[in-house]
Write a protein that binds this ligand. Structure first.
Ligand SMILES: C[S@@+](CC[C@H](N)C(=O)[O-])C[C@H]1O[C@@H](n2cnc3c(N)ncnc32)[C@H](O)[C@@H]1O
Length: 298
């Protein structure tokens, strides 16, 4: 059954900054060259859960798709889904059965056992992907956060009936990933794939809206203001190559009207303020609908 977004396949992980809520606005702002089939290459340098990718791949015909994320473990799960989806499904089915048969204390102990296993052994790619998906479905808020040593450290999540295996969706994801090129590196590494027939959707870690909501640690490194500046310079470089670009970020003006950080960095481009239901955990005043930035070069 088609859902309202006209996209059947959904991200196989819950991901901080996931774009499913913003997708209707993103769809409305896609470049006309994509709609008119003049775009040949689609690139996402910060793919995360891939909400936008799944929409694009199911709705447009492209010659080449390149997905990148600095989180190597995440990209390895994409690779396992691409190449070994049957084995992944079989193993996830076992884990789901074991987990759901346990009581609350048993589930908690099982979660921490799997977390230790995940952190101590990443050699077996299928087992690591199983653990990655299991932890994502059962940990607190579905976050992916690691400590300085790179160990996944999100606590147990206490869900009543979490879906650990969504077989139909995983099979659809695998089909969507057929012929997709997967990379796990820094965003700048995609430069050589870009030409004037490319569309690039850039969704970097958000600039924290205030000192308390500093969730930027998807992997060992932080994404700080210097990285935001490096990204803006990269955006200008890709613009010179003639690619169509769309970038999203948080709007610092939600907190401070005078904060022109992105308006300065992306001066000369089309900066739109759009509204999404995203909660920000400041002292209550910023709750409800807040603005996000959508910056295009078209
Ligand atoms: C806001 S999330 C993307 C969310 C995605 N659009 C979705 O719908 O789920 C940002 C992503 O950037 C990745 N990342 C962080 N630093 C990076 C870097 N220097 N280069 C490439 N990716 C990076 C993170 O691992 C994270 O998955």
């Amino acid at each position: 059954m088609k859902n309202v977004l006209n996209t059947e396949t959904k991200p196989f992980v819950k991901w901080a900054g996931g774009k499913r809520q913003l997708l209707p606005i993103i769809i409305k702002n896609l470049p006309k060259e994509l709609i008119e089939n003049r775009i040949k290459t689609y690139i996402e340098p910060f793919v995360g859960g891939g909400a936008v990718f799944f929409y694009i791949v199911e709705n447009y015909k492209l010659d080449r798709i390149i997905l990148n994320d600095k989180n190597e473990e995440l990209i390895d799960v994409y690779r396992v889904i691409q190449n070994n989806v049957d084995a992944l499904i079989d193993e996830l089915r076992k884990v789901e059965k074991e987990y759901l048969s346990l009581d609350e204390n048993g589930r908690k102990a099982y979660f921490y056992e799997k977390r230790d296993q995940y952190n101590s052994n990443k050699k077996d790619r299928i087992l690591t992907a199983v653990n990655f998906i299991f932890l994502n479905r059962t940990c607190f808020n579905g976050l992916y956060r690691v400590n300085k040593k790179g160990e996944f450290n999100v606590p147990y999540g206490r869900y009543k009936n979490p879906t650990i295996l969504d077989e139909e969706n995983l099979r659809n994801v695998s089909i969507c990933l057929k012929n997709v090129e997967l990379h796990s590196g820094d965003f700048e590494e995609i430069e050589n794939y870009v030409d004037d027939k490319s569309f690039i959707y850039l969704d970097p870690p958000y600039r924290p809206l205030d000192a308390t909501s500093n969730f930027t640690s998807y992997d060992k490194g932080e994404f700080n203001d210097d990285d935001q500046k490096r990204l803006a310079a990269f955006y200008r470089l890709l613009n010179e190559k003639g690619a169509k670009l769309m970038l999203s970020n948080s709007d610092p003006k939600n907190i401070d009207e005078k904060d022109d950080f992105f308006d300065e960095l992306y001066k000369g481009f089309n900066i739109k303020r759009v509204y999404a239901n995203r909660m920000i955990n400041s002292n209550g005043k910023g709750r409800g609908k807040i603005a996000e930035l959508l910056i295009t070069n078209y």
